[in-house]
Design a protein around this ligand. Structure first.
Ligand code: IPD
Ligand code: CA
Ligand code: CA
Length: 282
């Protein structure tokens, strides 16, 4: 007799699937990796070549035909395997369904770098289940760096486990930040916080890809990263990768952040309170 399993479908009616069907069931992690690798191949194939570039809401907030090509392929792969899942993707917006699963996609993070032939850009795909991040992948095909994390199972760079830095001495920290295309209406101008960090004599880098910034905190290259006004697709995958690598992510008041919040502070945990102090010192 066939083993029978009740599967919860999007319309919440349980359907019965047999064990022979089970072998055909798409796997979430495989689909995530396939989508990230396919997008990475597309990004790399156009890199430093010629492609169409447009401005979005401000002259330097760019979208290229490669962003759209990468996004189309990622969504095709997800829809083929999980047609009932919701998708939030930077260029097409929200394709919501009645599902506990949400894929959050940035088809190219670091588009300005990509458009200028700077190899610091990536595809970022996160999966949320029941309101919590479940898996994340960030792939920079130009540097051949594939970051992956699954909740409760650690974070990896090219299949090797990664961990945040051990540094406790804030004065020796190496930091990274980013700036929005349009200045947000915050109680203090973000450049003031940047000035305070620099005035402490700390090295502060600006790479131009929030997803890579987060992954580089996760693997210990940076000790801390902060930025105002990021979107869910910038941070979803990197958020989980930092946490699974042992790091801490919060809002600027130290409370736990979600991928939809507008303040991001990600550190090795050890320098978190000191960074909060500098961010909030007015
Ligand atoms: C941008 C990058 C950048 C950050 C911007 C983002 P995009 O994403 O992550 O580092 O400073 O706020 O919008 O536009 O390249 O996908
Ligand atoms: Ca982005
Ligand atoms: Ca993007």
């Amino acid at each position: 007799m066939d083993l029978q399993i009740a599967k919860k479908t999007s319309n919440t009616t349980p359907s019965i699937i047999s064990n022979s069907d089970l072998f055909k069931m798409p796997d979430l992690k495989t689909t995530l990796l396939d989508a990230a690798y396919a997008a990475g191949d597309i990004i790399k194939s156009y890199f430093q070549g010629s492609f169409h570039i447009e401005s979005k809401d401000s002259i330097n907030n760019l979208v290229t035909e490669v962003d759209r090509h990468s996004e189309k392929r990622i969504i095709e792969i997800i829809k083929t395997n999980f047609p009932e899942h919701s998708i939030i993707s930077e260029e097409v917006g929200a394709l919501m369904q009645d599902s506990q699963y949400q894929w959050i996609i940035d088809p190219i993070d670091g588009t300005v770098n990509f458009a200028h032939g700077i190899p610091i850009c990536c595809v970022s795909i996160g999966i949320r289940y029941d309101g919590k991040m479940l898996m994340g992948a960030v792939f920079n095909p130009m540097m051949n760096e594939f970051f992956f994390a699954e909740r409760g199972k650690g974070a990896f760079l090219n299949d090797h486990p990664i961990h945040v830095s051990q540094k406790t001495d804030f004065k020796k920290a190496c930091l990274v930040t980013g700036f929005p295309y349009k200045w947000p209406d915050t109680k203090e101008h973000p450049i003031k916080v940047f000035e305070r960090m620099i005035m402490q004599g700390l090295p502060v880098r600006r790479l131009g890809s929030a997803a890579i910034d987060l992954c580089w905190v996760a693997c210990g290259r940076f000790d801390g990263f902060w930025e105002y006004n990021l979107s869910s697709w910038d941070v979803a995958a990197g958020y989980l990768i930092v946490r699974e690598a042992g790091g801490r992510i919060s809002n600027f008041d130290g409370t736990e952040t979600t991928v939809f919040d507008k303040e991001t502070l990600a550190t090795n945990g050890r320098i978190h309170e000191q960074m909060l102090q500098v961010i909030n010192q007015q």
